[in-house]
Ligand binder design. Sequence first.
Ligand SMILES: O=C[C@H](O)COP(=O)(O)O
Length: 253
Amino acid sequence: MRQQIAAANWKMNLTYQQGEQLLDAILKENIALADHQAAVFAVPFPYLMMASQKLSGRTNYYVSAQNCSDVKAGAYTGEVSAEMLKSINIGYCVLGHSERREYFSERNQSLAQKVQLCLDNGITPIFCCGESLSIREVGAQEGFVETQLMESLFHFSEADIRKIVIAYEPIWAIGTGKTATAAQAQEMHAHIRHLFAKKYNKATADHIPILYGGSVKAANAMELFHSPDVDGGLVGGASLVATEFISIIRALK
Ligand SMILES: O=C[C@H](O)COP(=O)(O)O
């Protein structure tokens, strides 16, 4: 079975102490994950080591960064490189989140560099894609997501592309409480998988986890995750509440 992932994206929320308390409350449940399941915590940079220490010794629990630089190293004040993340054993990095695309002007070409640098350093990119409401309203979402994937990912080799996780996050569903229906999520996930099959092959497309993000919560996770092409979720708001995220982990296939 394809890997199934419950990924928490804390974004710029919680103090260090609140983050510790949240992780402690979730880990206290001792949820055993199957071989094909993973729980990933994308925490702010200053909390990466703390989260790593808390998760150490747990099977299939991982820490993720929320971003990294698109350059290797050098005089770039305030940036954090993929190599730095590797040096503290961070396994995942969220890339191209719509908030970074919108507020920090991230573009598909620069994201291609970030993906490359993560792969060079053995870090799994969680590559985000997804359309705005205005694009969906005119029915152009499939072409829009195809361009995002084409410009950032489709030049990678089959071996490299198999190391990537996709997160489909329709912008109109992020933090709005307006979740895509399971049918809408499934439709886009199937389209994304079809694009990978067309560019690479079916076996590769079937191997790549595609997470759904956008107002996932305990109450809808099970239905969303049980769609055939939805392989878990990238969760914002509900990942900040222990009981919510515990249920979301438990909803994985
Ligand atoms: O990365 C997570 C997504 O932006 C979803 O956020 P949300 O669950 O608060 O809608």
